[in-house]
Design a protein around this ligand. Structure first.
Ligand SMILES: Cc1cc2nc3c(=O)[nH]c(=O)nc-3n(C[C@H](O)[C@H](O)[C@H](O)COP(=O)(O)O)c2cc1C
Length: 335
């Protein structure tokens, strides 16, 4: 069915098709919230030996990358598709409309996307309310946090801290996103002088929230850009270790254009199959530089691609663009 459905969906503008998919997933999630008696996931998506990473247990290593569920909060339906974990976000403290449309473009020949969404999301309070309604969790829910566009970089830490505070009770792990190319200046926060204080403030706030709630501190990870220079990666890994970060995610979308195509003139971050080589290269370099656990994302479409990321040092992997092209059967194929 999927090739036919995909052909129909791809007749629509990319964001409209995404909206239709989300609408369907919202219906399934609402149904399960109302009627399911226990967390539900397909039997094939449970690995015989459950996996432990970041102090959390996973039924399999395949997660949904940030940006697909930007705050609609449909984990029940996503776990139903087999994902081992789901990363929601990026969420900012205040709601944000994002960039004007069109802002999402397909390059179907290369199984790639370009997006300049710009952190469109309903804001931390609204996401917290939606997460509070989730009754059954069939796996860990991660939250990817960012800053509002109009918050100056000098005040960025206060945005990350505020979002963490609001959402701390509802997520199993947090991902600090400073690597999206679509918020002007955001990637400057990856520079060594800004990164340490930002992460320190976020981790300290996490500990305060955990103490207040009487729970163990949640893992905090950092998501990196594939456009960081190779020689900057060991420095970033060292800061991550020094501040007590739990792990690193490599990578976000790239500003590079690894293929030639008329759509490549669009501004935004490039994702999908042609990003795979660079994303795996960054992962490998981080693996050589640190003992911190790593999550590999970027260009995964097949089981071979998953194996490549695991061999390069990833404990877990995530997929986004491969899911758009591969459809609902993606996780089963990857497992
Ligand atoms: C439309 C779209 C929106 C995205 N939004 C976010 C986001 O809000 N936060 C984030 O950290 N990454 C975001 N990403 C990046 C993905 O999480 C992932 O890191 C990247 O796309 C590479 O993986 P892929 O090749 O499997 O898509 C987005 C990607 C796409 C395609």
């Amino acid at each position: 069915m999927w090739p036919l459905l995909r052909a129909l969906l791809f007749l629509l503008p990319a964001e409209t098709a995404h909206g239709l998919g989300m609408w369907w997933l919202e219906i399934i999630s609402a149904w399960r919230r109302r009627f399911a008696q226990a967390p539900r996931r397909p039997t094939w998506s449970r690995m015989p030996d459950s996996i432990e990473a970041f102090g959390l247990r996973f039924q399999n290593r395949i997660g949904l990358a940030a940006g697909f569920d930007k705050g609609d909060v449909v984990p029940e339906a996503l776990f139903g598709l087999g994902f081992g974990f789901v990363e929601i976000g990026t969420v900012t403290p205040r709601p944000q409309a994002g960039n004007p449309r069109p802002r999402l473009f397909r390059i179907s020949e290369h199984h790639a996307l370009i997006n300049r969404m710009g952190f469109n999301n309903p804001g931390a309070d609204a996401v917290a309310k939606k997460l509070a309604r989730v009754r059954h969790r069939a796996g860990p829910i991660w939250l990817n946090i960012g800053k509002n566009k109009d918050t100056p970089n000098d005040d960025a830490a206060s945005d990350y801290v505020a979002t963490l505070q609001t959402l701390y009770a509802y997520a199993d792990a947090f991902v600090v996103n400073i690597s999206s190319p679509n918020t002007p200046g955001l990637r400057d926060l990856q520079s060594e002088d800004k990164l340490g204080p930002l992460l320190q403030a976020t981790i300290a706030e996490g500990k305060t929230c955990a103490a207040r709630l009487g729970i163990a501190p949640r893992p905090v990870l950092l998501k990196l850009s594939p456009d960081l220079a190779d020689d900057a990666l060991p420095g970033v890994a060292k800061i991550a270790e020094q501040v007590g970060l739990s792990g690193l995610i490599a990578t976000n979308t790239t500003l590079a254009r690894p293929v030639e195509h008329p759509v490549c003139k669009e501004q935004g971050g490039f994702s999908g199959a042609p990003l795979r080589t660079r994303a795996t290269d960054v992962l490998q370099r981080l693996h050589a530089a640190t003992k911190l656990p790593l999550v590999g994302v970027g260009g995964i479409e097949t089981r071979v691609d998953v194996a490549e990321k695991l061999a390069a040092g990833a404990s877990l992997v995530e997929v986004y663009t491969g899911f758009i092209y591969g459809g609902p059967g993606t996780v089963k194929r990857l497992i």
